[in-house]
Write a protein that binds this ligand. Structure first.
Ligand code: SF4
Length: 484
């Protein structure tokens, strides 16, 4: 840790504000909301880190980033070194810096936020995530991400099923060990949730594209439009000569409401709404290529970050009135406060303590409204949050020509058919040995959301890194190919 006087000097620095696009401007474009730091501002913000030796921020980071180490390098002007420090422990630092809920991870533990200053005022934590994004973006743009020196090929081949955060981490880490990796995905392009779930205004597609180009340079192959379980099975992959398979298919199956009228045109699962609103037609499967009809009145059902992505996508598609319907109060919402504030700033309305009862449609089968009911909060349920209870005779209708349903994600049950011998539980989550990441079938590994349930990009990434290490050990344990 820095000396006492140095700590006081650092604590006296106020948090550096980060510029954002004005809400009235950003509503009309798809660019990222945050404009980011410039170098001088980033170095000043990094100086707020007091370099505490216990680094609770690092302990709270799922991939264990050496945050004080990186910020020291940034402070002394070694931006490349700072970026590489993040890359030692993370495959996607530009993305995690933008997407992690830092307030409940690294920044939630930053001691700077708990320090009492001589004038008794408090400052927020160091802006860790956006500094991580800054240094790694800076390196990408000014120097390029350094390519590792690859060892001689081992001759082992690994199929990575699912090209999202976990799969990308597995493929990168194994490629660096000399193993030949091929990623498979049901979507036409790699990236999983990073491409098909997260809108451009939170993560510029250019950042992901640079990562995919880097993966290409590492020699990682990609096969798109391939649904494991429908187009190819795990047995097929072994028959094709793969020595191990990693299943990282995530949890992308949107929850359904099962309400009357859900078949009306204009009602979408959140994923379909987001991909058709955010991506070019050629990046989508053929059945999703028709452009979305721009809705005038859009209702989004659900209160997580995906709902905020949907409401803000609707705003940018030109909707006049966008409403988020959520059955509890804002206090119980699981998503980020920052995202809700962005949505509010962009003109989104919230109907809290409200549930949908049925959808209303016209004679042509198009949705025209959502009949809702008011709720009150009762006793806490199994999640610890107070249970919503219907208020009698409180029904009302919200006009809607477009509805997006964003009530959570589940793992796809297809994995049972795709992988005989791989056991799943009643939520269709794959059973793995937590040490070896191996499933109940030898040579088949799994990690990320299809093991843990829907979670964060950074937790899937952390799982992928650990699984890659376990797969490498497994391959090492096999008879060397040249001795067969
Ligand atoms: Fe914080 Fe996420 Fe970066 Fe870790 S990966 S330092 S939790 S923003």
């Amino acid at each position: 840790m820095a000396k006492d006087t140095d700590v006081q000097r650092r604590l006296a620095i106020s948090r550096v504000a980060i510029n954002k696009q004005d809400p009235h401007v950003r509503k009309t474009n798809w660019d990222e909301v945050f404009l980011g730091f410039d170098l001088e501002a980033a170095q000043t913000e990094a100086m707020r880190c007091i370099q505490c030796p216990t680094a609770p921020c690092q302990q709270a980071c799922p991939v264990g980033n050496d945050i004080p180490g990186a910020f020291h390098l940034l402070e002394i002007g070694d931006i490349n070194g700072a970026a590489n420090k993040f890359r030692e422990t993370s495959n996607l630092p530009e993305l995690c810096g933008r997407l992690c809920p830092q307030e409940r991870l690294c920044e939630g533990e930053c001691v700077v936020a708990f320090a009492i200053r001589p004038d008794m005022h408090q400052e927020p934590p160091v802006t860790i995530g956006k500094l991580e994004a800054f240094v790694t973006d800076y390196q990408r743009k000014h120097f390029g991400v350094p390519l590792p020196v690859l060892p001689a090929p081992t001759g082992f081949k690994v199929a990575v099923v699912g090209a999202g955060p976990a799969g990308l981490a597995v493929a990168e880490e194994l490629a660096k060990q000399g193993h030949a990796c091929t990623m498979y995905d049901a979507w036409p392009e790699p990236g999983g949730v990073l491409l098909y779930g997260i809108p451009n205004f939170k993560l510029s597609k250019e950042v992901l594209q640079d990562k995919l180009t880097y993966m290409d340079k590492l020699g990682v192959g990609f096969v798109g439009n391939t649904w494991i379980g429908k187009d190819v099975t795990i047995d097929d992959l072994f028959a094709q000569g793969f020595h191990a398979v990693f299943v990282g298919t995530g949890a992308g199956l949107g929850g359904q409401l099962a309400l009357p009228g859900e078949e009306y045109r204009g009602i979408f699962a959140a994923t379909e709404f987001l991909v058709r609103g955010n991506l070019r037609p050629e990046q989508l499967p053929e059945h999703m290529r028709e452009p979305l009809e721009p809705g005038k009145n859009v209702v989004v059902i659900g209160g997580g970050d995906t709902s905020m992505d949907c409401v803000r996508t609707a705003v940018r598609l030109g909707a006049e009135h966008v409403t988020c319907v959520y059955r509890r109060t804002e206090t119980e919402m699981l998503g980020r406060q920052e995202e809700r504030q962005h949505a509010r700033d962009e003109g989104v309305d919230f109907e809290f303590l409200t549930i949908p009862l049925r959808f209303i449609g016209d004679a042509e089968g198009k949705v025209t409204g959502v009949e809702c009911q008011r709720m009150a909060l009762g006793e806490p349920d199994e999640s610890g949050r107070r249970r919503p209870i219907p208020v009698p005779h409180s029904e009302f209708v919200i006009d809607a020509d477009t509805v997006a349903v964003a009530i959570g994600y589940n793992a796809d049950p297809i994995i049972k058919d795709a992988a005989p011998g791989v056991e799943t539980n009643r939520w269709n989550l794959v059973e793995v040995n937590k040490e070896t990441f191996m499933t109940t079938r030898a040579g088949v590994f799994a990690g990320g959301d299809n093991v843990n349930g829907a979670d964060l990009v950074v937790t899937a990434l952390a799982d992928g890194r650990r699984a890659a290490s376990a797969i490498h050990d497994y391959l090492e344990s096999l008879t060397p190919l040249h001795l067969r």
